[in-house]
Ligand binder design. Structure first.
Ligand SMILES: [Zn+2]
Length: 336
């Protein structure tokens, strides 16, 4: 589906199509601080993955670089805003994620130069919870002695994994996802998704607009999600020997593991809903038949335990634990 919303005419970076949609509360707080001239040298946007932190960080950078901001918000029309839209603003530096030491050092050195177009220079550093120790240390040095007229905007899904010395030098902005109902409304209003499908997608996304948009724009993600659920259902009926064989194979798909486990967590939650007599509330409706079967076969205690173990496995994966070990432990704990 083609996106129908544009923050400005012409080619616009996808991250600008919905600058602050669903994130209005956090954006309003940031705009107010901007309007009062209370800019922090460094801000750390925290919140769940796909909650829209990166979108909001771009918008904040644009507001800081804008030549004619209004009430702390970017005008969207000045030369500076247009350069940001085009990804060509010479005072905006965007770090590749995850942060590595050499590129971070280079970017921080560039940040210290004098601004060319705007009153200040801004660096966007996403996912600093994934930064290498070397990159985190060079970032800390810059935060301890920030260059004048330089601003850093950082994001992290797991702020507890960010050095406390970095956190304490940042203004912390909590970005809460808008929730399934608002996501569904936005999908219907802005992307023409029929209300029923929008609500199902809103629930599946865990109320995260950016997750829902990613699935909408890439139908392959939905297919992968369903295949991931079929794999889980197969594992649950497989003998121990087959489970043990499968774990390393699954662990090798490193790029897909996060989405796979998120899908499994949704499936276990569905099973709980089904057991609680709320079949209409499940998010994986296409798996209704097997949800009914497994809900019948498994005890609520077993379902709760697997939900908690899967959430824990995802946390460990995101904390860079060895995928094979995480998967083996999880799969062998599955009830038979
Ligand atoms: Zn502007």
């Amino acid at each position: 589906m083609t996106a129908v919303i544009h923050a400005a005419s012409g080619d616009v970076d996808p991250e600008f199509r919905l600058p602050t949609h669903g994130l209005e509360a956090a954006a309003a707080r940031l705009a107010l601080a901007q309007a009062r001239g209370r800019q922090a040298h460094a801000s750390l946007l925290t919140g769940p993955a796909h909650a829209g932190k990166r979108r909001l960080a771009r918008w904040l950078a644009q507001a800081m670089l804008c030549l004619h901001p209004s009430a702390g918000e970017p005008c969207g029309a000045c030369r500076s805003c247009r350069l940001v839209f085009a990804g060509q603003h010479p005072d905006l530096m965007v770090a590749a994620s995850p942060l590595k030491v050499d590129s971070t050092r280079q970017l921080l050195a560039d940040l210290a130069l004098l601004p060319l177009e705007s009153p200040r220079r801004v660096a966007l550093l996403a996912d600093i919870d994934q930064a290498t120790p070397g990159a985190a240390n060079s970032l800390l040095k810059t935060l301890e002695e920030p260059p004048s007229r330089a601003v850093l905007i950082l994001t992290a899904s797991q702020p507890e994994r960010v050095l406390s010395t970095i956190r304490s030098r940042c203004r912390i902005i909590s970005v809460r996802p808008p929730g399934a109902v608002i996501v569904a409304e936005l999908l219907t209003r802005l992307q023409d998704v029929p209300p029923d499908a929008a609500m199902a997608l809103g629930r599946r996304s865990g109320g995260r607009l950016d997750w829902a948009l990613a699935e909408l724009e890439d139908p392959a993600r939905e297919q992968e999600r369903i295949e991931g659920l079929l794999l889980l259902e197969r594992l649950l009926t497989a003998p121990r020997s087959e489970r043990l064989r499968s774990a390393p194979e699954i662990a090798r798909r490193t790029d897909a593991l996060d989405a796979l486990l998120e899908g499994w967590i949704g499936w276990w939650r569905d099973l709980l809903l089904w057991r609680s007599g709320l079949p209409d509330a499940v998010v994986n409706r296409e798996r209704s038949v097997s949800l009914a079967t497994f809900a019948e076969a498994l005890s609520p205690a077993a379902i709760l335990s697997m939900l908690s173990l899967t959430e824990d496995a995802l946390r460990r994966l995101r904390a860079n634990a060895a995928p094979q070990l995480v998967l083996e432990t999880l799969i062998l704990e599955m009830p038979s």
